[in-house]
Design a protein around this ligand. Sequence first.
Ligand SMILES: Nc1ncnc2c1ncn2[C@@H]1O[C@H](COP(=O)(O)OP(=O)(O)OP(=O)(O)O)[C@@H](O)[C@H]1O
Ligand SMILES: CC(=O)N[C@H]1[C@@H]2OC[C@@H](O2)[C@@H](O)[C@@H]1O[C@H](C)C(=O)O
Length: 393
Amino acid sequence: MPLVIGLISGTSVDGIDAALVDITGTDVDLKIELLAGATYPYPETLREQILQVCAGAAVSMAELAELDDAIAIQFAQAARDIQISHPPADLIGSHGQTVYHRPPLKLGNQPAVETLPGASLGYTLQLGRGELIAHLTGIKTVSNFRAADMAAQGQGAPLVPKVDAYLFSSPTQHQCIQNIGGIGNLTYLPVRQDDWIDRVCGWDTGPGNTLLDLAVQHFTGGSQTYDQDGNWAASGTPCDALVEQWLSQDYFQIAPPKSTGRELFGWDYFNQCLVEGEAYNLTPTDLLATLTELTVRSIIMSYQNFLPQMPQRVLLCGGGSRNLYLKQRLTDQLGASQVLTTDEAGVSADFKEAIAFAVLAHWRNLGIPGNLPKVTGANSAVLLGNVYPSLGA
Ligand SMILES: Nc1ncnc2c1ncn2[C@@H]1O[C@H](COP(=O)(O)OP(=O)(O)OP(=O)(O)O)[C@@H](O)[C@H]1O
Ligand SMILES: CC(=O)N[C@H]1[C@@H]2OC[C@@H](O2)[C@@H](O)[C@@H]1O[C@H](C)C(=O)O
């Protein structure tokens, strides 16, 4: 106890991941049992609207309000459905849908053009307001998890590392938990001893599946949305020169803390890749293999450049962990590190992010900060999320 529902739709915008989790303990003694996990796809028109807003389409405040509530209604329905055949949940942690993410300006390597006070702070927007979810479900809901970290000058992401730390840390092995969703992000866990929690680090590695999904959509005229098991990329040949050229770009070179999103690794970025691929006469198959290699190499390069040491074990999660070609390329290039999925460590690779937001809500409810300042760059550990009581509470 308590029973907590975690809800998230990630940067792939493929649907709402819902996890019903039985949580015991707090942090050092944290234990979770996943009672139910399911993905509820968005209705196609809603998904299209979300993708357009993510791509920078201008929307009126009225349209934004409608979208916010349409998403909240879908999230509330997911919360209701995941409880079917289970005891009712005590709490919901709803990440919502990121539609905009602007990391803080880094003084020193960015032009210091502050048009308004606060312009150097990051800004992030997750739609699906928690107060409506609380109202529709009758369950106390925590949402808007990223804002407090950003107000404290943090990146607002990644937020999963503190949860990863207490779920996966080992007294004998130092490990990376590597999520490959739309965007890739990692948590590095030193061996669990002494001040280990202060040495946990993490950041967004760059594109996970976003560019691959865009390539598949482009080359199939929209009839396919992703490269199943990586079969298409596996039949191509990556262009190493192009991967090296892409890896020289700022995002891959700058040191953490860092976070990113579809604002950078979206259609404009893909279209540029397409043009650059033409200069090398790449076929669609070779371009897909080359983009897959970018995901792989960006992960490995960031480990080599920014981790205190290479991990003994890498646990993959997110949809990209099902891309067998991508997984094989990672395994080949990680050499001595063992590559598994979080499933093999007892935590669902599909629902780990949803589970994490259940735990973050639990911590918010107990007054325990959820961010790791070393990861996000925030100037302090802060309580994450706004709490909306259930009706009658
Ligand atoms: N069998 C598979 N083979 C290849 N790729 C797959 C497979 N299953 C899922 N994927 C990829 O995983 C993506 C979805 O991953 P996931 O649900 O982890 O993303 P997300 O949670 O939206 O992203 P983020 O973690 O960045 O928020 C799909 O868009 C697809 O590219
Ligand atoms: C702004 C935003 O939604 N960021 C996501 C995204 O998806 C993966 C990566 O980029 C990660 O930093 C973050 O999500 C996870 C759940 C996190 O905060 O840990």
